[in-house]
Design a protein around this ligand. Sequence first.
Ligand SMILES: [Zn+2]
Length: 176
Amino acid sequence: MSDGTSKNILPRVIDPRRFCQQGVVLRGSVVVDELPRLTENNVVVDWMSADLAFALDEQRERVVKGSLAADVQVQCQRCLEAMPLVLDCKISLAVVWDEESSRKLAEAYDPWIVTTEDADLYAMLEEEVLLNLPFVAYHDFPCGPALVEQDIEQDKQSEKTNPFQMLQQLKDKMKQ
Ligand SMILES: [Zn+2]
């Protein structure tokens, strides 16, 4: 399946349960223009690779352990320009059929809910990236000049929310 070189391209569709039975190790990179969920979330991936060991643990749980490394760009919340981030995350998942069985998992594992035989490996990796992004991201230098832009943006936003605030005030008055 894998010859162990990092030049491999990871397959998108895999049968994770069979991989666990067989103790497959996947190492390789991801085709970065096939990551729609990250694109939706304004995360630009320059490069991403993963190192995943599929196995059965002592409880015969189907588990996937390894790591994910990526160079991504997110939007700085201060200047709204692109901001590079280096991600290096640990992966520790158990393959489960449904929410129900995910609740019974040992704490060491996050559930990877796979409802069919095949799973979308890229979707799983996208999820891991999203989980590992900082809640808000700022450049680590004062990205000053564009602050003005942000203020304008905030003004626009508060204008947009005003009608709702007024509605809320009205509702509050009616309650009194
Ligand atoms: Zn910035």
